[in-house]
Write a protein that binds this ligand. Structure first.
Ligand code: WT7
Length: 645
């Protein structure tokens, strides 16, 4: 069923109709280089012009806008001073005291001072700076300060354990660590500095300095390698020159998934990344002068980078950052904020929408949410029930619902509906953005990784595509490119399954490889298996994903015990989950496990996961079983699952 957007909003929209979008899309395909050259020149300031739009000679290392000189901090801060000096750039909300509002002028002062402070510590070009920071204003100042100097920031979630932080420090060979004394949630401080100290103590790599942002005056352990932001910032000048970066210089590094010892740091470029952030703003978010944008994404996710921080600032918008639990101290906190700031565009994830729906179905009705024009979503498809509630109760049938599809690796949206140009369809993420040259390949045409789905591939590069994995080109190609070639180049494969309907609306069916998406957190199943395998009771295990009502996907484990121990599924599950939470982080747990005497294997000893996936989902045993050596175990497992619980 199609639902048409509110005509009131169509008048000023960037794309007013499907044909307007289609025209730009076709132009981008037919005049590829010209399209990108025009977009670049219209949207960013360049200190030196580019000599070539795209150089693919050293694939996979692409060079976009060769010879161009840019700086993202200049774009986000300095450029706004002329027109927007007194406009609010950042609103900071948290559980305590008052919120804070920072104008562009104040932002520029704070960023300038922070950049000078970093310089005084010898944080310079190419320094690698790990942030283990809560979601506070200083984090944004310091992110921008790094970009100003071309120091490379890499933000690690403050909820990660000392062990996980240690892995990242070692892997990145970080030069500096920036942390705070504590993060704050549910009126409870989390002592970050202590965790950071523990990580540094365990780490085989030493950082040059630790920069500590103090949030209160309580005593905290200070070692000789620590410097205190609050003391040093006072004497810094607000004026700090910025570096003119090459288009292809690294802007930041982000850890995309997994959390144990196998990191996968994704490298993003400067010009291409910033350009895409600006373009998606126009096309997808349909930027209007007075919009107030509220994204619930934390800064340590790519969504936080692109759409909570960089994109709003690159466009001179007001962005709201918060440090709190969305249901705390009251379950209507989100609605209160939307009413208070007259938020017009709200961006969140289905997990949160489901939670808000479950905990307070009628709470939105107590607030004036009439400022809302679009309710955005990302991370997973929205199920119908949640969609209906979001549309009817939150958006009062006036705001459009728009689901956006993208990945850490894509830098910004690649599939999205254009909220005022096309009718909404439940569960669809819309259409490919201009410049995204897509194909869907089916299982028979060329073999990809699994059999059950159709695969969405992208056959031409776009500027915001991740450039590589930190020091591992081979892994980069292996992870993101298929074995299908166009013009001698392999196609980009997202790892997700897709289909499209008769109107060409795209629907995403989920991960088709060995990654599970739990509440929007992308986790490599193999890494969780590593930890489960370590348990003293377990000989071997195979984890598969199953759909889940609340978290979208969840993990189901098949485990074989070391010897005939008398331990129940339930007790073992509890034990495993305790260690998973400790060793990885709280979101990772198994939904259920089944103890079995053996796992189905091929003659060469490979576990046949395809069948296990079906069994865990209560499906039939099907497909070609000729390679399975111990077939009989499949029916035993099936029987056990039937009698489960
Ligand atoms: C994976 C990327 C999205 C940026 C932040 C997370 C899944 C993302 C959707 C959507 C269905 C989605 C995919 C994708 N995903 N958006 N609208 N519908 N699935 O980035 O951690 O790199 O995760 O999230 O599986 O590959 P990420």
């Amino acid at each position: 069923m199609k639902i048409f957007p509110n005509p009131e909003f169509v008048k000023n929209a960037y794309f007013k109709s499907f044909s307007e979008y289609k025209e730009l899309y076709n132009y981008s395909m037919n005049h590829f280089e010209e399209f990108w050259a025009n977009q670049a020149q219209e949207n960013l300031t360049f200190f030196e012009d580019f000599t070539q739009v795209l150089d693919e000679k050293y694939f996979p290392k692409l060079e976009w806008f060769k010879g161009w000189k840019v700086n993202i901090c200049y774009e986000a801060v300095d450029k706004n001073l002329k027109k927007n000096a007194d406009k609010i750039a950042l609103i900071f909300e948290w559980e305590r005291w008052d919120s804070q509002k920072i104008t562009y002028k104040e932002l520029a002062e704070n960023v300038g001072k922070s950049a000078n402070l970093l310089k005084s510590l010898w944080i310079v070009k190419w320094s690698r700076v790990i942030f283990y920071m809560p979601q506070i204003l200083e984090s944004v100042y310091l992110m921008l300060a790094c970009l100003r100097l071309w120091a490379i920031h890499s933000i690690v979630f403050w909820g990660f354990s000392a062990e996980s932080l240690k892995d990242r420090i070692e892997d990145l060979k970080a030069d500096f660590l920036i942390t705070a004394d504590w993060a704050f949630r549910k009126w409870k401080p989390y002592l970050l500095k202590n965790i950071a100290d523990e990580a540094l103590e365990k780490s085989s790599h030493e950082v040059k300095k630790v920069l500590l942002v103090k949030r209160n005056f309580e005593e905290i352990n200070i070692s000789k390698n620590d410097v205190i932001y609050n003391d040093l910032i006072k004497s810094q000048s607000e004026i700090c020159d910025f570096e003119k970066l090459d288009s292809e210089d690294t802007s930041f590094i982000l850890y995309t998934s997994g959390s144990t010892g196998k990191p996968k740091w994704i490298i993003h470029s400067t010009a291409g990344y910033a350009l895409w952030a600006k373009l998606t703003t126009k096309w997808v978010f349909d930027l209007q002068e007075n919009d107030i944008f509220f994204s619930t994404a934390d800064i340590w996710w790519i969504t936080g980078h692109t759409y909570t921080v960089y994109w709003p600032l690159l466009n001179g918008w007001t962005t709201l950052i918060y440090e709190w639990n969305p249901l705390f101290p009251k379950e209507d906190r989100i609605w209160e904020i939307i009413e208070k700031y007259k938020v017009s565009k709200f961006y969140t994830a289905p997990t949160l929408i489901r939670l808000l729906h479950k905990t307070g179905e009628n709470l939105p009705k107590n607030f004036d949410l009439s400022s809302l024009k679009v309710l955005w979503s990302v991370w997973e498809p929205i199920d119908s029930e949640t969609w209906d509630w979001y549309f009817e109760t939150v958006g009062n049938k006036k705001a459009s619902i728009a689901d956006t599809y993208w990945q850490t690796e894509t830098g910004g949206h690649i599939i999205a509906p254009f909220p005022f140009a096309i009718p909404m369809k439940k569960r669809s993420a819309g259409f490919p953005l201009p410049g995204i040259c897509w194909e869907i390949v089916d299982k028979n045409w060329k073999k990809l990784w699994v059999e059950e789905n159709w695969f969405f591939v992208i056959s031409k590069p776009w500027p915001a595509m991740a450039r590589w994995i930190w020091w591992d080109d081979e892994k980069f190609v292996k992870t993101y490119f298929s074995d299908i070639f166009r013009e001698k180049k392999p196609l980009y494969f997202s790892g997700d399954g897709w289909f499209y309907d008769e109107d060409w609306y795209i629907f995403i069916t989920g991960r088709v490889d060995d990654i599970v998406n739990i509440s929007g957190h992308k986790i490599w199943i193999a890494e969780v298996e590593d930890i489960v395998d370590k348990d003293e009771n377990i000989a071997e295990c195979a984890l598969v994903w199953i759909p889940d009502e609340l978290t979208w996907e969840a993990l189901f484990g098949f485990v074989v015990l070391k010897d005939k121990k008398n331990i129940s599924n339930k007790d073992l599950l509890q034990k495993l989950n305790i260690s998973l939470r400790k060793e990885i982080w709280p979101i990772v747990s198994l939904k259920n496990i089944l103890i079995t005497s053996e796992l189905p294997k091929t003659r060469s000893g490979k576990i046949v996961r395809r069948v296990l996936r079906n069994l865990a989902k209560w499906k039939e045993i099907e497909g070609d079983l000729s390679t399975v050596e111990n077939k009989e175990i499949l029916w035993i497992i099936k029987e056990k699952i039937k009698n489960f619980n």
